[in-house]
Every structure is written in C-alpha cells, then in structure tokens.
Design a protein around this ligand. Structure first.
Ligand code: PEP
Ligand code: MG
Length: 760
C-alpha cells in the first residue's frame, strides 16, 4: 500500500499539467481502493466555492463546471469541519444536495477528506460507491494519508500554475508570496544561481530547446563516464577487490540502454534535461526501494549518487552560458542563498535576494539586512528556472514578489523607493552625533560585522566599535581553513579600522545553518548539535590557531575582545579560557624572541544564547569579563522554534512575552553581578526592540551598519523615562500579538510610525 501511495503522489507531482495530473490521480485512487467513483474538488477562495476539477465516475461534462459553495452539501461540510466524513448512505444525509448534472444517483456510500496545506483547505478528495456501506478504517486511513501528502504537491502545482499562466491578476504582475527577510524594495532582473545541486531540489519544468537539452545531456554523460573511469583507475592502485565493480555498474547504467536512454526519451517529450533526469532517477529509486532483495535495495543510494553527479555536470553545461551582465541591477535568486554568494556578488549590481529556503532569522537574511538589501525568504517549491532573467519587483516589507510587472506597478514602487531614500537621508543627519536619550542616558551603538565591505560603510554611520565580528563568514568562501598568517592579516584589518574602539571578535561559530564547504557536518538536529564552541573545543588545533591569530593581530592596536558563542556549561568557559591563556603565553614567548612589543591579554566574554545559562548567571559572572546576548538564538531555543524553518516562522518572535521577560532578567542579574552587558541579535536593530532594551538597562547594542543611524535617531528622540513606561506595560502582556500591537501604537504616538512602516 505504501508503494502505491508513494507512486500516486510522485506521478502527480511529476505532471506539468494540473488537469491531466488530477485526472490520473482520481483514476489511480479509484483502482487502488476498488471503488465506483473518485473525485477531486479544488477551493476557489474568491468565489467561495469548491469546483469539481476531475472525476472518475461522475459525468465528464461536469468537470470544471460543477461547483459547490463552501457551506453547501457534503463537500462543503468536509471543508468546514476539516476532517473526513464517512457516510454509508449519502443520499439520506441532511446536507446532501442533488446535482443532476453530475449523475451520482446510483452512488450511495461517500467518504470525503479535506486536502489541507498550512491550515488552509485547498480542496476535497472524495470516493463514492454504489453499495450502501461505511468505508473501512483502512480505506479511510489511505485517503487521509494520501490527502496529507498531496497537499504539498498540490500547493506546489498551484505555485507552478501561477508562473505558467502569465499575467492573470489585477495587480499588473504575477505575484508570489514568501516571508520578509529584509525590508526595502528593489526592481531588477532575476538571476538564478544554483550551487547546491541535488536532484531533490530540482523543480520540474519544460524546455523548448530540445536539441540543446539533448546535447547538454550527452556532454554530461560523457564527462560523468570519464570521471568514473578516472576514479576507478585512481582507486585501482589502492583497492584491488570487487568493490570497484560499482564503477562498472555506474557506467552501464549511463549507457543508452539504461538511464541515458530513458532520460533522452523524456527530453524529447519536452522536459528540460535536469527535469528528465529527475523523473527517471525518481522512478528508478521507487522501483529499487520496493524490491525484496536486500542487496538491490541497498543500491538506492548508488543510483541517487549517480543522478546527483550527472546533474552537477549537466548544470555546469548550463552555467557556462550564464553570466551576470556588467553594471546591471539584478536580483539574486537561489535555492539557498549563502553568505559567500552575497560576498561574491555584492559589488556587481546586486540589489536584492530571493532565497527559496530559509526564514527571517537565517543567516542569509541577517546578512541581507546588514547590506541593506531587500530579501524574500522561503519562496518554497518555485522552479528556479522559470524565474531566471525575468524582471521583478521585490517587496521586502511584505515578502511579495511581482514578476513581469507593468509600468503602473513599477511607477508605484519607484515612488516607495524614493520615500525610503528620503528616510535614509533624514537619519543620516544624526550619524555623527552622540547616541543619547533626550533625558541624558548614553548608549553605545556598535557594529555587527563579518563582510569586509561592511566595515568601510560602518565608518560613515557612526558606529563606536564592533560588538560582534562573525569570524566564520571569511572562513566560508574558501576551500580549506585559513592559515594562522591569513587570519592574522584579516583580523589586523578589522582592528585597524577601529583604532581606540573595542572590537569584539567571536570565535568560530559554525554548525546550525552555517557550514564550511571543507568541513561538512551532517546531523539530524543541527541547531541542537555540534555547533559553535562545542566544535572548536573538540578541535583545539582550530581554536588555538584562531585565538593566536587574533592576539597577534592585536599587537599595536590593543582593542581586541574575544567572545565565545553557544556556551551552555561552565566547563566550556573554563576550557576556552585555558586555551586562550595557553595561546597568549606561547605567543608572548615567541614575540619576546622576535623582539616585538608586549602582548595584551584580551578581555574574554561569552554569549548568552542558551536558556539554561540564564539560571547560572552568577556562576558565569566570576568567569568572564562581559556578557553579550545573542537574541536570535536565545529566541529559537526559548521558544523551541528553528530560526531557519519557514513552516514555523510565525512562531519565531523575539517580542514573545517569555523572551522579553528572559531579557529583562538577564539585565537585572548582570547589573547585580556587575558584568558589562550588550545585545548583538537582530532585536537591537529594531526601533521597538532598541527602546525596550534601553529601558531594561542594556547600554551597548550591536547591529548591522545599515541600521545604526536609524536606531541612533530613535534613541535621540525618546527619553529613558518614557521607554521605561513602555517596557513596564509591554512586560505585562501574555501574547506576542498584544505586545506588537501595543508597541506599534506607541511608536506611532512617538512619531516613529515611518520607521515601523519602513519595516524596521
Ligand atoms: C545571535 O544568535 O543572536 C547571534 C548574534 O549570533 P548568530 O546570529 O550569528 O547566531
Ligand atoms: Mg547565535
């Protein structure tokens, strides 16, 4: 049954045409469940009805014509109740509506299940039978499981439909909705980049240039075959047993009689080469997974590997033709936008980013905010190829993407861009003034940095130091760990850019959603796993190299502080401090031999990101020189919401009462133990967040360069006394929604409404 179910869903998602996919779907379900009729209705929220899209059993003439209101009939009842309804004799049910055109007079038994995606009813799947009987538990379970799996495929098909249909809206463009990753508006051409290639992320699409697609595929096969031959020859010297037969099997599968031939057939049917490869490999995987033979079942991963390898070579053929036009404004689109992509393209007309995966607090979004680039995240399941080279408007406030907009819509958005520029000019006026409230409370605004370009920018926006230098970012765009000398040179640049101002460098914080290409970490639960300090303490050679480079770079600058990420246990601080001391004493001895001036031992601080730490602040206070709250991670761990997962993005909220109360406790405790405190999460860069933190007693806020002048402007316009009144009320609420509506209202009253509308 499981195989049948998977095949039905797979074949549904592989069809480019929704109508034919639905027709095949109902026929397959009818056969699998041996019933007399299966139908599918889709919801139309504008017209408030379900439309009969396909049926195997009801009159063909009714397909695409018969509709049932959301509150009408049995179909309406399934939609309203959002649960399956199983009735032995539907004709006697009080909700039954007689619709002669569907010709269901002989059908008595009825089972309907809703197809629900993200709490929204997309449609209803129903089966009917002449015999008057209740459907069995197994039949019901099958239909419910199928509906749940179909929901995602159907939502994807709908999104694909929007792209294929063309301009169908009164908005003057095709419109897609994601999550806002960074506010602002951009207009430009979309350019897709696909570094992370795996068949799982390929979205099916048709291609008109069949001959070219065939050529690309043939070249990819040749390259892949040559690669296998090279690997076999290389390994032949080391291994001399039957394990090398795998390469023969790969080569055979590539031959025309097998996978190669089937892929070419699909290309001739009009699919792109990558889509054809995906369809064929998926079908092979399904067949192999269903086999009883253990050995053959194990070959599934070999076939997947072969498919992915072919895909890489195929996409390299495509990419050869793609380059970004010089000086043209463009919108970067990728499955998963990475920090290294931003670093690579930021000087080349990059105006905005669209990341299919990730959410508001993933690192790609944080970096986009740092660069002041509007961003949309989580536009899941949209075929990248269909976006490529199209003109679009990115609305980073709402998370909306308008594809091929008309002139009127472009003018409207150009107007918005002009308003934003005016706000930026206004706040620039305070960039070089002190950050102090009208009633005299000074606050230090420091910079979150990591991309070198951000440093230059920061000087013009009035940062008084660096509160968080994310060292992992320069580690990312490379093929191996940087050497001690390379790191020293890098850190020297940063320290020199802020003479006499403190620069807080965080030790390598990889894991979670930050990976290094040359140090892969595969875990089921990466955010709860091997992350941050846990990795570097397990690899003292990496940690020591880094802190040695930092301490050496500090010679002549003396403005370095070292910060430890993801601390959850006292022993981690003890061990890290021991290693830093070791590096310091070793270097002192070396430097004495070199005749250089004396080293300074940097202050050592820790991040508060793990909730458990809050209950031990007194113990940690004796061990470190300062605390810095990482509110991005603290929020995800306090609320148990993956900051990267778009499915639960609505639950991730740093204004949740639990988070605000925790931040308040941290401020009270730090003050009690006399430990200097700062906050370097995204909350500090939002006007409401900054006001609450100011009132709690945080006197150092670290944020991206782009927001420093804006937050300075806000702080210079709101008194400490007023912010304390706002905080007291905000802490009294029980839901995040109440907190938000109260804070928005207060910001409007304070004349800061335009900052809120500007998505800050
Ligand atoms: C944080 O978690 O708030 C933080 C500043 O660190 P990062 O976002 O780099 O994890
Ligand atoms: Mg963090």
């Amino acid at each position: 049954m499981l195989t049948t179910l998977r095949r039905i869903v797979l074949e549904f998602s592989q069809d480019a045409e929704l109508d034919s996919a639905l027709l095949r779907l109902v026929a397959q379900i009818k056969t699998a469940l041996k019933t007399d009729c299966c139908s599918v209705y889709l919801a139309d929220y504008q017209k408030q009805h379900f439309l009969l899209m396909a049926s195997d059993g009801l009159a063909v003439g009714a397909h695409g014509h018969t509709s049932i209101g959301f509150s009408e009939g049995l179909i309406g009842l399934v939609g309203q109740r959002e649960e399956p309804i199983n009735i032995a004799n539907a004709q006697h049910h009080p909700h039954f509506i007689h619709a002669p055109e569907v010709q269901e007079d002989e059908l008595n038994a009825f089972l309907g299940t809703p197809i629900i995606h993200h709490r929204k009813v997309l449609g209803i799947l129903s089966i009917q039978q002449k015999e008057s009987r209740s459907f069995t538990e197994n039949e019901e379970a099958f239909l419910v499981t199928l509906s749940a799996q179909l929901a995602t495929a159907l939502a994807n098909a709908e999104a694909r439909g929007i792209l294929l249909r063309g301009d169908d809206s009164s908005q003057g463009a095709r419109q897609l909705k994601g999550i806002s990753g960074s506010s602002g508006v951009a207009i430009g051409r979309m350019v897709t980049v696909q570094p992370k290639v795996s068949l799982a992320s390929v979205s099916l699409q048709k291609a008109s240039n069949t001959t070219e697609q065939l050529q690309h595929f043939t070249q990819a096969i040749e390259i892949t075959r040559a690669e296998f031959e090279q690997m076999r020859v290389k390994l032949n010297d080391i291994i001399n047993d039957s394990s090398l037969d795998i390469f023969e099997m790969y080569k055979q599968l590539l031959n025309n009689a097998n996978i190669g031939h089937e892929v070419e057939d699909k290309i001739r049917q009009g699919w792109s080469a990558a889509s054809s490869l995906k369809i064929v490999i998926d079908n092979y995987l399904l067949r192999f997974e269903a086999l009883d033979d253990h050995y053959l079942r194990e070959r599934v991963s070999d076939i997947r590997d072969l498919g992915n390898r072919l895909l890489i070579n195929l996409l390299q053929q495509d990419n050869k033709q793609k380059d970004i036009k010089k000086n043209e404004d463009f919108i970067l689109v990728a499955e998963d936008v990475t920090a290294s992509m931003l670093a690579e393209y930021q000087h080349q007309g990059l105006k905005s980013i669209i990341s299919m995966s990730g959410s508001n607090n993933s690192h790609a979004a944080i970096l986009a905010r740092a660069l002041g680039l509007p961003a949309i995240m989580g536009l899941d399941h949209i075929p990248l190829g269909q976006l490529d080279q199209q003109i679009a408007i990115v609305d980073g406030y709402s998370g909306e993407l308008f594809i091929a907009p008309n002139e009127a819509l472009i003018r409207e958005y150009q107007h918005l861009i002009a308003e934003e520029d005016a706000l930026t000019d206004k706040v620039k006026q305070v960039a070089n003034l002190p950050t102090i409230t009208p009633d005299g409370r000074p606050i230090e605004l420091v910079l979150n940095a990591g991309l070198s370009a951000g440093l230059e920018h920061s000087k013009s926006v009035g940062a008084v130091g660096v509160g968080l230098y994310r060292t992992e970012i320069p580690f990312m765009n490379r093929s191996c760990f940087p050497s001690e000398q390379e790191q020293t040179a890098l850190y020297q640049n940063v320290l020199a850019a802020f003479p006499k101002k403190t620069v807080t460098m965080r030790t390598l914080d990889v894991g979670g959603d930050k990976s290094l290409p040359y140090f892969p970490i595969v875990e089921d639960n990466p955010f709860l796993g091997w992350r941050g300090i846990r990795i570097t303490l397990d690899h003292p050679e990496i940690f020591l190299l880094q802190v040695r480079a930092m301490i050496r770079a500090n010679i002549g600058h003396n403005n370095l502080e070292i910060m430890l990420p993801m601390i959850s246990d006292i022993s981690e601080v003890n061990e890290a401090v021991r290693l830093i001391n070791q590096a310091y004493y070793e270097l002192s001895a070396e430097i004495c031999d070199e005749g250089q001036s004396k080293l300074t031992r940097p202050k050592i601080g820790m991040m508060i990101e793990v909730p458990g730490v809050i209950f031990q602040l007194g113990d940690f206070a004796d061990k470190v020189d300062f605390f810095s709250v990482g509110s991005n991670d603290l929020t995800q761990y306090l609320l148990a919401v993956d900051r990267n997962n778009v499915q639960v993005a609505d639950l991730y909220d740093s204004y949740h009462p639990a988070v605000l109360r925790a931040l308040n406790i941290i401020a009270e405790e730090s003050s009690k133990y006399l430990v200097p405190l700062s906050l370097c999460g995204e909350l500090a860069s939002e006007p409401a967040g900054a006001l609450l933190l100011l009132a709690m007693g945080y006197d150092k806020l670290s944020m991206n360069a782009y927001n420093i002048a804006r937050i300075k402007w806000v702080i210079r316009h709101v008194s400490l006394q007023k912010s304390k009144v706002i905080l007291a009320k905000a802490l009294s609420f029980t839901t995040a929604k109440q907190v938000h509506s109260y804070l928005n209202e207060q910001l409007e009253l304070l004349g800061l409404g335009s900052f809120v509308r500007a998505g800050m």
